[in-house]
Ligand binder design. Structure first.
Ligand SMILES: *[C@@H]1O[C@H](CO)[C@@H](O)[C@H](O)[C@H]1NC(C)=O
Ligand SMILES: *[C@@H]1O[C@H](CO)[C@@H](O)[C@H](O)[C@H]1NC(C)=O
Length: 517
């Protein structure tokens, strides 16, 4: 039962025959009469056994951000001295390879391992009794990650190596002379993560109290991983920025082209949602925003405001359309009133004088007319007819001058904001604005000039003259309009173009500055 399969690895300096004898002797562990694989070395000497460990990290298999795990593969190495297995007889230095199960081994394990796999391994024994164990391993390790700075984040993962059951009184875990972890020459990490630093330290943690207080030795290996941010920067950050600019370009599309405006407003938002979910799908559920996701979120909101802005612009355009319709109605009313006035102008001068005498007499005239009518002498019929015309014309004039019908009253009030009864240039400009007619100040001044008004205000009479002859006095399309003279929908559109691009620049610069700090 104590047969061992032993392999000679060392170089025998003595004759092969001598050494074969040596190997055969070691094939049977009974050759070590005092050896017991159930007890540790130095136990009876009352000393702890020094076990040094080392990870040869062949490769980082995976940095699993979602699971917050790090997968490593390589070789796990332990070294300790078991003086009971020294065999420096007469065969010179001879390193033996033993099946590991038959000898005592420290119960070294990795504390933050989530899953592990150990492959082929060997145990070599030097003539001095130094045991060297090397096992191929693959470990998935717990690695709490922090993504605030994504994609400029840096993760510090660790490997925590210790003896499972033995305190420092029995097993003293330490690191190899060349460190607790080594890498193949030139190994830099994965395609996504750069292995920036590999450090190690040995600590002693104390557990329990009083006489049960025991210290445990831990060997820590720290892997500092730095993300290679290019993929996220180019594919997510700049794509997002480019689509934010596409949204901006949408503000230059004619607002009457509703399908185009809506499409160019909504599509970038959808693309950003897509980008955002592609980033978050790689991350564990987080209760905070990372650099990249907060940027995506902010830019997404920006792009959304373009849709809201278009809603506002179309609402303003609808109102402007209503105003233009009102203007058309007013123009038609003015034409009708003008026809009436022109009829009046065809009458005799005395009639005109009579009208001018007192408009309020209209009713009296009517009363008089009716009274006269009741007597109805034939010779007075002509005069009566004339008076009846006077009455009609007078009524028409009253209509014009006293802002008679409601519409005129409405127009009057629309222009005369301060209720002064006269209209300054500003009031005229503003009044026409409310009717969907956008005039420049120059045009208003020219209109005053055409009306023969020298002062800066129109009186009621000139105002009515203008209203009745809009075609004559109202200037055509202005050559240039200042920002404040433009239609409100255009004002919103123009203002938003500047606000949007400025805010986008501010956000981008802020985020880049945050990344740099
Ligand atoms: C273990 O190492 C310590 C310090 O390096 C040393 O003092 C001690 O003698 C070693 N123990 C054994 C059993 O070799
Ligand atoms: C000691 O060695 C024997 C034989 O190789 C093996 O069956 C046994 O499990 C070992 N005991 C320990 C504690 O390793």
């Amino acid at each position: 039962m104590w047969r061992l399969h032993l392999l000679s690895l060392g170089i025998a300096t003595s004759s092969p025959a001598q050494c074969r004898w040596q190997t055969e002797r070691l094939n049977d562990l009974t050759a070590f009469p005092h050896y017991d694989n159930g007890t540790r070395p130095y136990m009876y000497e009352g000393q702890a056994v020094n076990v040094s460990v080392q990870l040869y990290i062949a490769a980082i298999q995976e940095v699993d951000q979602k699971g917050q795990q790090l997968a490593l593969e390589g070789y796990f190495r332990w070294r300790w001295i078991d003086p009971r297995l020294a065999h420096t007889d007469n065969c010179g230095p001879l390193t033996l390879q033993l099946p590991a199960e038959s000898v005592w081994m420290p119960d070294i394990y990795i504390d933050n391992s989530v899953s592990e796999w150990y492959g082929a391994g060997s145990l070599w024994l030097s003539p001095e009794g130094e045991a060297y164990r090397s096992v191929r391993f693959s470990h998935r390790l717990r690695c709490p990650m922090e993504f605030h700075l994504l994609p400029f984040d840096r993760q510090r993962c660790f490997v925590m190596i210790a003896s499972y059951s033995s305190s420092i009184a029995d097993i003293n875990t330490g690191e190899f002379a060349d460190g607790a972890a080594i890498l193949p020459e030139g190994y830099g990490g994965t395609t996504e993560w750069k292995l920036e630093k590999l450090e190690s330290e040995v600590t002693t943690e104390w557990f329990g109290a009083g006489e049960y207080r025991q210290g445990f030795r831990y060997v820590w290996v720290y892997l500092t991983l730095e993300r290679r941010p290019n993929a996220l920067i180019v594919f997510v950050f700049f794509t997002c920025l480019a689509f934010a600019l596409v949204s901006w370009v949408g503000l230059f599309i004619n607002p009457t082209a509703a399908p185009a405006r809506v499409a160019i407003g909504v599509i970038p938002v959808l693309i950003m949602l897509n980008l955002e979910s592609s980033v978050t799908s790689q991350l564990p559920p987080l209760n905070y925003m990372t650099w990249l996701t907060s940027f995506l979120f902010t830019i997404k909101l920006f792009s959304m405001t373009v849709v809201f802005e278009y809603g506002l612009v179309s609402w303003l355009m609808m109102i402007e359309g209503q105003r233009v319709r009102k203007f058309e109605a007013m123009k038609q009313m003015a034409i009708a009133l003008k026809r009436d006035t022109e009829e009046l102008q065809g009458h005799t001068a005395e009639e005109m004088v009579e009208w001018d005498e007192d408009d309020d007499e209209e009713v009296n005239l009517q009363v008089a007319q009716e009274t006269e009518e009741s007597h109805a002498p034939a010779e007075k019929l002509q005069a009566q007819r004339s008076k009846s015309t006077v009455s009609l014309a007078s009524r028409r004039k009253a209509v014009v001058l006293s802002k008679g019908p409601e519409q005129i009253q409405e127009v009057w009030d629309m222009f005369d904001k301060d209720g002064s009864g006269c209209f300054d240039q500003h009031e005229i400009q503003l009044g026409f604005r409310k009717l969907g007619q956008y005039l420049s100040m120059d045009q208003v001044k020219r209109m005053f000039f055409r009306l023969g008004v020298d002062s800066a205000t129109l009186d009621g009479e000139a105002f009515q003259r203008m209203l009745l002859d809009l075609n004559l006095y109202l200037p055509g399309t202005p050559f240039t309009l200042s920002y404040w003279e433009r239609p409100p929908s255009l004002q919103v559109d123009i203002a938003f173009r500047y606000i949007y691009i400025l805010a986008l620049a501010v956000v981008t610069i802020t985020w880049l500055a945050l990344a740099g700090s």
